[in-house]
Structures are given as C-alpha cells and as structure tokens.
Ligand binder design. Structure first.
Ligand SMILES: *[C@@H]1O[C@H](CO)[C@@H](O)[C@H](O)[C@H]1NC(C)=O
Ligand SMILES: *[C@@H]1O[C@H](CO)[C@@H](O)[C@H](O)[C@H]1NC(C)=O
Ligand SMILES: *[C@@H]1O[C@H](CO)[C@@H](O)[C@H](O)[C@H]1NC(C)=O
Length: 389
C-alpha cells in the first residue's frame, strides 16, 4: 500500500517539477522498479555483523532513507520537526552503549583493540542528533557525543601537519577518515553554532587531500593509506571505496557548513570542498568499466567491478547535481544513472549488493559488505530526493 501511495506521490511531484515528458515517465517507472528492492537491501544491512565504522555508516544510510529531513541534505536538519528518527536513533543508541571510556563510539567490540581513531566518530552525528530529537535522553546523547568530539580533537594523535590520525597508536592518513571523522566535527559545529569546528572540519579535509592526492591514469585521485611516521605509503593504490569515502565526507562537510546558518563568509571553503569532490568524481567516472561499474582499484590493486564504490559515488553525484547544478552538469547524472542501474540490477535474492570488495580485504571480492548496503541506501535516497527536491 505504501509503495503505491509513494509512487503516485512521486509521479505527481515529478510532473510538477519537470513537466510530464517521456524522460520523466521512464524515471518514474524505474523508481517503481527499484523501490521494491530497497527494503531487502536495508534488512540485509541491519542483519549484518558490524564493526565501528560499519555501525556509523549504516546509521547514515538509514537516516537518509527513512528520515531524510534530518540528514544534512534535508531542508532544516538541525532542529526537531516533531518526528523522532527512530531507526537511525536505534543504531546511534547501540553505538553510544558500546562507547569506550576514551570516547570512541561503537568501539567496545570483542577486545575493543581494533586501533582505529576516527572510525567511531562515523556514528557521532546521529548520536548528537539524539540530543534534539529524543528529549527523554537529551543528557545521555550530549554526553556521548561530547566525549567522542573530545577524543577526536584532543586525544587522537596528530600528524606533522596537524591532521588527526586515522589510527590511535600511530600517525596515518586513510582516505576513509574523511567520511568517518570530519562530517561529525562539522555537524557538531552546526548544531552548537560553533564556526571554529566548521573550520576544523574543512582544514582536516584539506590536510588529508594534501597528503593523499596522486596523479593517476584517469586524473588526480587519492591514494588509500600514507604513514606519517615512516613517511611512506602503506597502500598507494587508487582505491575506489577510499576515493568514495573522501568524496562522501567532503560533500557532507560542505553541505553542513552551508546549512549551519551561523557562519557567513565560509563560501570559499564550500567551493574548495566541492571542487575536490568533483576532482574525485571526474577521476573515478573516467575509469568506468564495460559493465558500467567502478573498478575496485583504478591502479595499484585489483580491478574487478565493485558495486560498493559505485553506489557510493553515484550517491555523491546525485547530491552534487541537486545542490550545485551549475558546477555539476547533467553529464554527472548520466553516469550516476548508469551506476544505479548496474548496481540495482545485480542485487541478489538476499538483498546483498554484488560484486563487492571485501571491506576487510581491499584487494579481494567479498560476499557481504555492510558499507555497500548503506551506500545503496544513500544512492537510492539521493536519486529520490533529486527527483522531487
Ligand atoms: C517533518 O519532516 C517530514 C519529512 O520531510 C515531514 O513529512 C513532516 O511533515 C515534518 N513534520 C513537520 C511537523 O513539519
Ligand atoms: C567551539 O569549539 C571549540 C572546540 O571544541 C571550543 O574550544 C570553543 O570553546 C567553542 N566555542 C564556543 C563559542 O563554544
Ligand atoms: C562533465 O562535463 C564537464 C564540462 O564539459 C567536464 O569538465 C567534466 O569532466 C564532465 N564530467 C563527467 C563525469 O563527464
């Protein structure tokens, strides 16, 4: 029933927005096709065992899908609108309950020794969201997010340039960290109207790009992992998902700064961030395989088709075109649509994306990737929100 109502709603909104052309009609029937697949994609994500970064990434995807009004892409995401975003808060609650004493969310799994500095912060935004959407636990949510912010800003090691290390016991840049840590710092700044934090989030993205950017066969892209301790690469490959993490993170920081409403005069930071997002989309989209998917690595690793990075980068393209149409032309939508079709037509009977990179072994295919499941939710939501903005 809900499926029918939402489809009819979309059809009418689409007509209002774009006029009833043939192209719109085919987008709507595609929407109706894919809409039925997504609940299975979501339940496969919720059914999967999760580590700290997967918990935060899952929460981010489910928020965009179930309660888009509170994702940073919503109209006024930093205030309560009367609806409790229950599914995202459920994931946030588990992240906070499994917080370690040093402040890292979702960290108390097995021996709590996985050594990540930034991964736990991936749940930081949804935990802080609890402070204004779940009044009964306001103090709990505030305390948990404050402890996570304190860890990231004051406890995690810093590299020689002042970048926050992705690792807790060494100084390393991982492209992943740009999604894990910096959107949370920006979100905290927006919610508490603190421009210093928005600037820190921007600076961290800039420092990570400075450290990881390389020339590749299809343009500039980010290497995966660089050690500041040994001044050498740990993974110099241009990893699709690594570049996707960086683009997802920088896009969120840019939009959060823009929506914060407190801090005029940060337009150059937003435009830098979106230029760096575009740089990644250009490099990765130029590497599209014959199956219309992103390769696991553009260079420096396996090159099999990866639906995980594909979904993540398609989500970035849809959001970027909707938010910054002058900078991102319709050619980005064209590629995003190809990726969307390639990804969603390959979803298995269990709702799993396939083929995907193994999140624990970046050079190999895996059977199930929690982050890939979440990226599909982000991609679908970004496409949906762009059809009826
Ligand atoms: C809150 O946001 C949701 C989703 O946009 C919307 O359906 C609902 O009407 C909003 N509630 C209020 C009170 O504005
Ligand atoms: C903004 O955040 C920074 C970093 O946490 C903090 O030192 C500063 O006191 C905050 N400023 C305000 C006005 O709250
Ligand atoms: C889209 O077109 C612009 C302008 O021609 C170009 O700079 C950009 O590289 C293109 N991007 C893609 C993904 O095709």
């Amino acid at each position: 029933m809900q499926l029918i109502i939402r489809s009819v709603f979309l059809l009418s909104v689409t007509k209002l927005s774009f006029g009833a052309t043939t192209g719109d009609t085919s987008e709507v029937s595609l929407y109706q096709n894919y809409e039925g697949v997504i609940p299975n994609v979501k339940s496969a994500m919720l059914g999967s065992i999760r580590t700290s970064w997967e918990q935060g990434t899952a929460a981010g995807g489910i928020l965009e899908y179930d309660n888009p009004e509170y994702s940073v892409f919503g109209r006024s995401p930093f205030t309560f609108n009367g609806t409790e975003p229950i599914s995202a808060l459920q994931l946030a609650y588990s992240a906070a309950v499994r917080q370690t004493a040093d402040g890292r969310l979702s960290q108390n799994i097995n021996d709590a020794l996985d050594g990540a500095a930034l991964d736990g912060a991936s749940a930081g935004s949804v935990v802080l969201m609890g402070s204004f959407t779940d009044e009964s636990r306001k103090a709990y949510w505030l305390h948990a997010s404050e402890a996570e912010l304190n860890y990231v800003l004051n406890v995690a090691p810093r590299t020689s340039t002042g970048a926050i290390s992705h690792r807790a016991n060494s100084r390393q840049y991982w492209a992943d960290g740009v999604y894990m840590g910096f959107p949370f710092i920006a979100y905290y700044g927006a919610v508490t109207q603190n421009q210093t934090l928005l600037q820190i989030a921007y600076d961290q993205c800039r420092l990570y790009r400075d450290a990881l950017l390389l020339d590749g066969p299809t343009g500039k892209l980010w290497g995966h992992i660089y050690s500041d301790d040994t001044k050498s690469w740990i993974d110099k490959g241009l990893w699709g998902t690594g570049n996707a993490w960086a683009a997802l993170g920088m896009l969120r920081v840019a939009v959060t700064i823009q929506k914060a409403g407190c801090c005029g005069g940060m337009t150059s930071q937003v435009s830098d961030l979106m230029a760096w997002v575009k740089e990644i989309l250009d490099g990765e989209f130029a590497a599209l395989t014959s199956d219309n998917l992103i390769p696991d690595y553009v260079i420096g690793g396996s090159t099999f088709d990866d639906a995980s990075a594909s979904a993540a980068l398609a989500s970035v393209a849809y959001r970027s075109v909707t938010l910054f149409p002058h900078q991102f032309g319709s050619n980005y939508t064209t590629v995003a649509n190809k990726l969307r079709d390639a990804v969603l037509s390959r979803v298995t009977n269990l709702g799993t994306l396939s083929p995907v990179v193994d999140p624990l072994n970046w050079d190999a295919q895996g059977l199930l990737s929690t982050e890939a499941q979440s990226f599909a939710l982000m991609m679908f939501s970004a496409w949906r929100d762009g059809l009826s903005p």
